[in-house]
Ligand binder design. Structure first.
Ligand code: DOR
Ligand code: ZN
Length: 348
C-alpha cells in the first residue's frame, strides 16, 4: 500500500472566495494547498465587467499577503453583458471564463439569465474568442422537482445552447447526476465537467436521514447513491473531461443552521486529504494527480503548475478543524463521513 504521494500542485476549477471579512478568513484555506482557482463571480453585486474582476482580484491578493496563489477570475453573465468587454478582459488575461447562472438557481443568482436568446450574441462572441462558459446546470421552474433540475437543464437549455453556438467551450459545473456524466462522455472535446469533493461523498440521505444536516445542503443538491457512484467512477476514470472544481462555498454557520439555510459545503480546508482517500478507496490513487493538476489546466489552456504537494498516509484516521473562525462568523468545515488516513505533509 502506498503511504506517500507527491503531486503537481493542484488547481481548484470552481471556488467561492466571497469578499470582505469572509474572504480574509477563508482565502488562506485554499491558498495553502492550491496554486490557482477559478473564482466564482456571484458577489453582491455580481462581478460583471472586466474592471470589476480586476478590482476583485486585487482584494483577493490583498487577503493573501506573501502568497503566490493565482486567482483565475470569471465574469457573471447577465442579459446586459457587453461582449466587447468580455472578450477584451479575456484577451488581457484578466478573466478566464464567464459564468452562467440561470436566474434564481442558487446563491446570488438573481442577476442571472432568464431568456437564453438574449445572451446568444454574447455566447457567439465568446465562442469566437475562445472564452469558456462555466454553467450552473439547473432549471429553475418551480414545477420541476429539485432532484430533476440538472437532468432537465441538459435537455432544455444546455444541449440547445451547444447546438446553437457550436464552437463554445463549456464546463458543466458541479455535475451531480449519471445523466450529466453520460452527456459529457458522449460529447466532443468542447465540453468538460467539474466534480466537487462533497458530491463524491454524500448522497441525499446524508442531508435528510436521521435529522436534517444543513452543512450537507448545497446546490445542485446531492442525489441518490447511484448518482454518487457514477460521479466517483467519472472522477477516478482517467477521462480528461472530468476534473476538480470543489465549489467550496462558505456561509457563516448561523446562516446555514437556520429555518431557511443557505446552500454550500465548505471543503477548502480538507479537500486534498479527502480526495486522496476517495481515490485510494476506488483503487485509483495513481489518477489523483491528473484529476487535480492536469486535466483542468489542459482544458483551460493553462500551463501546469511547477510546485508540488506531498500527502502521507497514516494508520490512524486524521482529524481536521471542525470550523474556521472568520471575521464574518464561524464556518463549518465539511465532515466527509469516512475515515481519512491522508494528510498534506509537504508543500513545495
Ligand atoms: O451550494 C452552492 N453554493 N451552490 C451554488 O451554486 C452556489 C454556492 C454559493 O455561492 O453559496
Ligand atoms: Zn459554485
Amino acid at each position: 500500500m502506498r503511504t506517500e504521494i507527491t503531486l503537481t500542485r493542484p488547481d481548484d476549477f470552481h471556488l467561492h472566495l466571497r469578499d470582505g471579512a469572509m474572504l480574509e478568513g477563508i482565502a488562506p484555506e485554499t491558498a495553502r494547498d492550491f496554486a490557482r482557482a477559478i473564482i466564482m463571480p456571484n458577489l453582491v453585486p455580481p462581478v460583471v465587467t472586466g474592471a470589476q474582476a480586476a478590482a476583485y482580484r486585487k482584494r483577493i491578493m490583498a487577503a493573501l499577503p506573501g502568497s503566490n496563489f493565482t486567482p483565475l477570475m470569471t465574469l457573471y453573465l447577465t442579459e446586459a453583458s457587453d461582449p466587447a468587454d468580455i472578450t477584451a478582459a479575456h484577451a488581457a488575461g484578466i478573466i478566464h471564463a464567464v459564468k452562467l447562472y440561470p436566474a434564481g438557481a442558487t446563491t446570488n443568482s438573481d442577476s442571472g439569465v432568464r431568456d437564453f436568446d438574449r445572451v446568444r450574441g454574447t455566447l457567439e462572441a465568446m465562442a469566437q474568442a475562445g472564452v469558456p462558459l462555466c454553467v450552473h446546470g439547473e432549471v429553475t421552474d418551480s414545477d420541476i422537482d429539485i432532484f430533476d433540475r440538472e437532468a432537465v437543464f441538459i435537455e432544455r437549455v444546455l444541449d440547445p445552447i451547444r447546438r446553437a453556438v457550436p464552437g463554445l467551450r463549456v464546463v458543466m459545473e458541479h455535475v451531480t447526476t449519471q445523466e450529466a456524466v453520460e452527456y459529457v462522455q458522449a460529447a466532443d472535446a468542447g465540453l468538460a465537467a467539474t466534480i466537487t469533493t462533497h458530491h463524491l461523498l454524500i448522497n441525499r440521505n446524508h442531508i435528510l436521514a436521521g435529522g436534517i444536516r444543513p452543512h450537507y445542503y448545497c446546490l445542485p443538491v446531492a442525489k441518490r447513491e447511484v448518482h454518487r457512484q457514477a460521479l466517483v467512477r467519472a472522477a477516478t476514470s482517467g477521462d480528461p473531461r472530468f476534473f476538480l472544481g470543489t465549489d467550496s462555498a462558505p456561509h457563516a454557520d448561523d446562516t446555514k443552521e437556520s429555518a431557511c439555510g443557505c446552500a454550500g459545503c465548505f471543503t477548502a480546508t480538507n479537500t486534498m486529504p479527502v480526495l486522496a482517500q476517495v481515490f485510494e478507496n476506488a483503487g485509483a490513487l495513481d489518477r489523483l494527480e491528473a484529476y487535480v493538476a492536469r486535466y483542468g489546466a489542459d482544458f483551460y489552456g493553462l500551463p501546469r503548475n511547477t510546485g508540488t504537494l506531498t500527502l502521507t498516509r497514516q494508520d490512524t484516521p486524521v482529524s481536521f478543524p471542525r470550523r474556521i473562525d472568520t471575521g464574518a462568523g464561524p464556518v463549518t468545515v465539511f465532515e466527509p463521513g469516512i475515515a481519512v488516513h491522508w494528510q498534506v505533509t509537504a508543500r513545495a
